[in-house]
Design a protein around this ligand. Structure first.
Ligand code: PEP
Ligand code: MN
Length: 341
């Protein structure tokens, strides 16, 4: 920490600050400038007591951290890229994965039609929401456990692992029984008890970025998963809320190189929630691949016009097939191989 003292304070006031810094387990290093005295407090900011309270002392002008708050998710902790193990798949390596399927599981027929089509087109993971976090309590809330059972059946029949959202800690064990990846949605990205419960199931966790979350907060939320002994964490950018109205959210593709710099964990892009518009999905996928993303999470529905949730952003089965072909040259340019070829 850097502690900036106010100008013209007494020697006694300065000594009191140095004493407090020592008391909290840091070694003070005093630097005297022409107008200001600055104290470097040497010690591990993550394990020692915080010095932030010093900012309220009258003789202190400012307290600034120098260390990052996250540890386990950081690149410093692990120089190479970490690879999330999902059943037999590895996400985060040279092979690029696409997770696809409907926003919500609606019926056996809708799910099976989607699962077979996305598999045929190359998807390696099947998505589908059984517990849906809807803004209005009057909208379709998902089929619940029945939806999970359908996902498990689709998984058995296609061989695709499944990803589905965990909405409540109460359901952690149940959802983990059926799912191969637990999705933590944007609305729960800082629900720390839920993150801990998800981590403790031992299943890989895909953590969406909160819709008003800074990247530092997102990394710290991910830290909860690793700190609870679960190494299989995937970050997922799905758009943040801005003033723009042409898209449902603003898909922040700059998060890809930033997460790659700051963390060793894989990064997934969800262009469906990201833009809320099916016509933008393919372009955003190409951009995500070029940026260095490790995987995509795409909503696909046999008839988007009849979808029970998120109809405007879901690709048709044909649209998805086209997307899978169109991203191939972008994968080659980014030095990645399609996991499905
Ligand atoms: C979804 O994937 O359907 C979903 C609800 O995601 P998000 O939490 O990103 O809105
Ligand atoms: Mn959706």
């Amino acid at each position: 920490m850097i502690v900036v003292l106010r100008p013209d304070i007494t020697k006694r006031a300065e000594t009191a600050v140095l004493k407090e810094i020592r008391k909290l387990g840091y070694k003070p290093h005093v630097m005297r400038g022409v107008e200001r005295t600055v104290v470097g407090a040497i010690g591990d900011e993550r394990t020692h007591h915080t010095l932030e309270a010093l900012a309220s002392w009258p003789q202190v002008e400012q307290v600034m951290p120098v260390q990052k708050k996250y540890k386990l998710v950081s690149r410093e902790a692990h120089k190479g890229n970490s690879v999330a193990r999902i059943k037999g798949l590895s996400v985060g390596g040279r092979k690029f994965h696409v997770m696809a399927g409907p926003c919500s599981v609606e019926s056996e027929r809708q799910l099976m039609t989607s699962a077979l089509a996305v598999k045929k087109a190359g998807a390696t993971v099947l998505r589908g929401g059984a517990f849906k976090p809807r803004t209005s309590p009057y909208e379709f809330q998902g089929l619940g456990e029945k939806g999970l059972k359908l996902l498990a059946k689709a998984s058995r029949e296609t061989g695709l692992p499944v990803i589905t959202e965990l909405l409540s800690q109460d359901h952690a064990e149940m959802v983990a029984e059926y799912a191969d990846i637990l999705q933590i949605g944007t609305r729960n990205a800082q629900n720390f008890q839920l993150l801990i419960a998800a981590a403790k199931t031992g299943k890989p966790v895909l953590l969406k970025r909160g819709l008003a979350m800074k990247i530092e907060e997102w990394l710290l939320a991910g830290e909860y998963v690793l700190a609870n002994d679960n190494p299989n964490l995937l970050f997922c950018e799905r758009g943040i809320r801005t003033f723009e109205t042409y898209t449902r959210n603003t898909l922040d593709l700059s998060a890809v190189p930033i997460i790659k710099q700051e963390s060793h964990c894989p990064i997934v892009i969800d262009p469906s929630q990201g833009c809320g518009r099916a016509d933008l999905v393919t372009a955003m996928c190409k951009g995500a691949v070029a940026m260095g993303a490790d995987a995509l999470l795409v909503e696909v529905h046999p008839d988007p016009s009849k979808a029970w949730s998120d109809g405007a952003q879901q690709l048709s089965l044909e649209g998805f097939g086209k997307l899978m072909k169109e991203i191939i040259p972008f994968l080659a340019a980014a030095g990645r191989e399609p996991a499905w070829a």
